[in-house]
Design a protein around this ligand. Structure first.
Ligand code: SF4
Length: 64
């Protein structure tokens, strides 16, 4: 049993254009099953999007 599985990616319903789940080539199917469906925290696009959302939430430096 895989105890590290977290569930599907929260962005799967609103993916980035470069997301694996939007790619039609079968070579990406394994990543969709592994990352999008189970281990999204390992996905570089998931991480990138989290960082961008953190910045837009005011996570960056503030004006005095
Ligand atoms: S796991 Fe990555 S590729 Fe899949 S939907 Fe989430 S951000 Fe996109």
């Amino acid at each position: 049993m895989d105890t590290n599985a977290k569930g599907h990616c929260p962005y799967i319903d609103n993916p980035l254009p470069q997301c694996y789940c939007l790619r039609s080539e079968s070579i990406w199917a394994e990543r969709v099953l592994e990352l999008c469906a189970k281990r999204f925290e390992l996905c570089e696009y998931y991480r990138m999007r989290c960082e961008e959302e953190h910045k837009s939430d005011g996570g960056g430096p503030k004006d005095p």
